[in-house]
Design a protein around this ligand. Structure first.
Ligand SMILES: Cc1cc2nc3c(=O)[nH]c(=O)nc-3n(C[C@H](O)[C@H](O)[C@H](O)COP(=O)(O)OP(=O)(O)OC[C@H]3O[C@@H](n4cnc5c(N)ncnc54)[C@H](O)[C@@H]3O)c2cc1C
Length: 383
């Protein structure tokens, strides 16, 4: 089956189409395949068009025994760790493989999708064209970069985060760490046979350097050797990364007694009786720039669901809002926004969660899930 490139519109209609296509049973059986029945909800979840509690309401047949509920749990697990550990998630959570040295920069042949390994080159092309990658493709990419090319996970994670429409510091950086064995006990590895099982033919790597045993790959991962491959001379150009929204003219901000601050991770479009003010905190975006594709996704939605948009340092809004009786928003863990929104708001709601957020950090998903599932059972919930 040919791989159909994904297209994500930042609209309620596009979200509704994704929701009505969800097949809970089919998801459980096929989700590991690149053309399996995955939901492609991640850009909408990351940017708060819809929340996980709302998804449970929209999917009355979904139970905790379903694979899809379990995967929603992974998202909340990563956010649990982020909420407890803060920016420590951007550094090694535990020591990685002993004695292995990693480079600090992502090589050009990877950035340009011309490594000579089909699964990696296809993934880079797809990432740049659509801003989306299937979970398996993300795992292959991270494993290749870290273990077979000896590039530090942080360089790969920053790069992938910047190009994904759903780039999420917790899900992305902690997944890279999980692959790298700095947030898990062993390295995640894959070979040509694994790709052939889950991906369409143009991703396969028979007779490539990946066509080898797990033992051979494990030896490479635990040494300072890299995989022998033959990069092509010509690849694609990496799309430019932008630290501010493309072409935003400064807007005048109307005054109002009631203001709702709408940041990029809470683009829900819910009705609000007052001024809906979009906010872009420039220092965050200088640290974590985004592709034009992602900016368009976010800014089109923000413009469509707010009365005005502020782009700058959130500190600058302090004076403007100091006399406003009601300023509300929803919390986010993204650095800068996390610290400054509480200083601006008279009411700040917690980000919606379906599962509890344990007080002490759970270091593994299984510990988190056991705790959540146990609490659900005590409350008599099966969903
Ligand atoms: C290296 C790497 C980087 C990743 N980076 C991100 C990222 O930046 N943002 C992001 O949202 N997810 C990330 N993931 C997790 C996962 O790959 C994506 O959430 C998923 O592929 C999105 O596609 P989907 O909506 O079709 O997922 P589906 O399989 O349909 O799952 C439904 C939803 O469940 C959640 N989910 C599913 N699998 C996972 C998972 N393994 N971890 C966390 N949540 C999950 C997502 O919110 C997803 O939208 C990453 C995984 C890896 C291995």
């Amino acid at each position: 089956m040919p791989f159909t490139p994904d297209h994500f519109e930042p609209t309620d209609a596009a979200l509704e189409a994704r929701l009505s296509a969800i097949d809970i049973a089919g998801y459980g059986k096929t989700r590991n395949h690149l053309h399996g029945k995955v939901t492609r909800l991640s850009p909408y979840l990351t940017h708060g068009f819809v929340s996980i509690p709302e998804l449970f309401e929209r999917l009355p047949r979904l139970t905790l025994a379903d694979k899809l509920a379990f995967e929603f749990g992974w998202r909340e697990f990563f956010h649990h760790v982020w909420s407890r550990e803060g920016e420590r998630i951007l550094k090694d959570m535990r020591p990685g493989l002993p004695g292995v040295r990693y480079a600090g920069d992502l090589p050009d042949d990877i950035r340009e999708g011309r490594t000579g390994i089909a699964a990696i080159d296809r993934a880079v092309h797809q990432l740049y064209a659509t801003g989306y990658l299937h979970n398996h493709a993300r795992m292959w990419m991270a494993s290749y970069v870290v273990h077979l090319r000896k590039v530090h996970w942080r360089a790969g994670a920053d790069w992938m985060h910047a190009h994904l429409l759903d780039g999420d510091l917790a899900s992305n950086h902690l997944s890279w760490q999980w692959v790298a064995a700095t947030f898990s006990s062993k390295p995640y590895l894959f070979n040509a046979e694994n790709v052939a099982r889950y991906a369409p033919a143009d991703w396969h790597g028979a007779r490539s350097a990946l066509d080898t045993s797990y033992e051979a790959l494990e030896d490479i991962a635990r040494s300072n050797r890299t995989l022998d491959a033959a990069p092509a001379l010509v690849g694609i150009t990496e799309p430019e990364l932008l630290s501010s929204p493309p072409s935003t003219a400064p807007e005048s901000i109307p005054s109002s007694e009631r203001v709702r601050l709408v940041h990029p991770w809470m683009l829900d479009g819910h009705r609000f009786d007052g001024l809906r003010l979009g906010v872009i905190h420039a220092p965050f975006h200088r640290r974590f720039p985004w592709s034009g594709l992602r900016w368009r996704f976010v800014m089109d939605r923000m413009s469509a669901t707010t009365d005005a948009v502020f782009v700058g340092n959130l500190n600058e809004l302090n004076a403007m809002l100091s006399e406003t009786p009601h300023v509300e928003s929803t919390a986010t863990l993204n650095p800068g926004y996390r610290e400054l929104l509480p200083t601006l708001c008279t009411r700040l709601d917690d980000a919606p969660r379906r599962f509890d957020n344990p007080l002490r950090t759970c270091r593994s998903f299984s510990a988190f899930w056991a705790q959540c599932a146990g609490e659900q059972r005590e409350r008599g919930w099966h969903r």
